[in-house]
Design a protein around this ligand. Structure first.
Ligand code: B1M
Length: 207
């Protein structure tokens, strides 16, 4: 069943993929395992796109399938939502980048673990991060990027936070498929998370 799910997503078989994800969740599979399988499948989609076998509409279709599976996983995780907040997080996909599936997963996993999350959405300019930091005084700022060209926007955002005199007040975490420890260092973030679960673990350590 696990292999089937990866195959259906990678082959863009929407109905089959959603049905399999539902069956797995109903059968008691850990929602986090479903997310890991989604990641495996999107790597295949990305490779097919790079090889010229898939085109933009195919990326869009894979995005739509992932969005629907994320919703299913989310409704499963929401059963555990806590009522009191343990910390505040401002999160967004940085300027120039429109990918939001991973960022949305991080958002709902943070919420499910007791954080109050202010999601600024996609293509977020540095000033929008700054305005929100001033308004809600978060403990953590999260930036997501899937495009390597967006590393500059991450750096510009951290620099702008520094210039606004807010850097000492927040911990900054970055994530997204092409990011790593080196990128975190380059942009001036405190940490990098390879997946949503690690992001939540780090955020909890900081609180
Ligand atoms: Co795009 N795209 N895309 N795309 N897309 C990639 C990223 C790409 C790697 C595909 C490829 O060529 N192999 C490539 C980037 C190459 C590069 O920069 N080096 C690419 C490209 C080139 C593009 C366009 C430029 C294509 C074009 O127009 N010519 C264009 C750019 C648009 C823009 O942003 N300005 C584009 C557009 C799109 C769609 C809109 C069609 C669609 C996005 C839909 C959407 O997000 N609503 C799309 C998709 C679906 C993909 C792939 C196939 C899948 C991305 C995804 O959702 N993954 C992707 C291929 C790939 O990633 N291998 C690709 C699933 C998601 C769960 O993983 O986001 O990594 P991820 O999140 C994980 C972790 O990384 C982590 O947690 C998540 C869950 O564990 N995480 C964090 C993420 N953010 C975090 C933040 C944290 C902590 C952890 O703390 C704050």
């Amino acid at each position: 069943m696990f292999e089937k799910l990866v195959e259906f997503i990678a082959n863009l078989q929407e109905e089959e993929a959603i049905m399999t994800a539902k069956q797995l969740l109903d059968g008691g599979t850990d929602p986090i395992t479903i997310l890991e399988l989604c990641k495996e499948a999107t790597d295949l989609v990305g490779k097919r796109f790079e090889r010229g076998e898939y085109f933009i509409p195919d990326l869009l279709m894979s995005g739509e399938i992932l969005r629907q599976i994320s919703e299913l996983v989310k409704s499963n995780l929401e059963k555990d939502v806590e009522t009191t907040y343990i910390g505040k997080v401002v999160i967004g996909t940085v300027e120039g980048d429109l990918h939001d599936i991973g960022k949305n997963i991080v958002t709902f996993l943070m919420e499910a673990n007791g954080f109050q999350v202010f999601d600024l959405g996609i293509d977020v300019p540095p000033q929008k991060f700054i305005d929100k930091i001033k308004e809600v005084k978060p403990d953590i700022v999260g930036m997501s990027a899937l495009l390597t060209v967006a590393f500059e926007a991450m750096k510009a955002t951290v620099d702008a936070i520094k210039e606004a005199g807010l850097r000492e007040q927040v911990k900054i975490i970055i994530g997204g498929a092409p990011t790593n420890e080196e990128v975190a260092k380059y942009v001036g973030a405190d940490a990098y998370a390879k997946d949503a679960q690690q992001g939540v673990r780090l955020a909890k350590e900081w609180i």
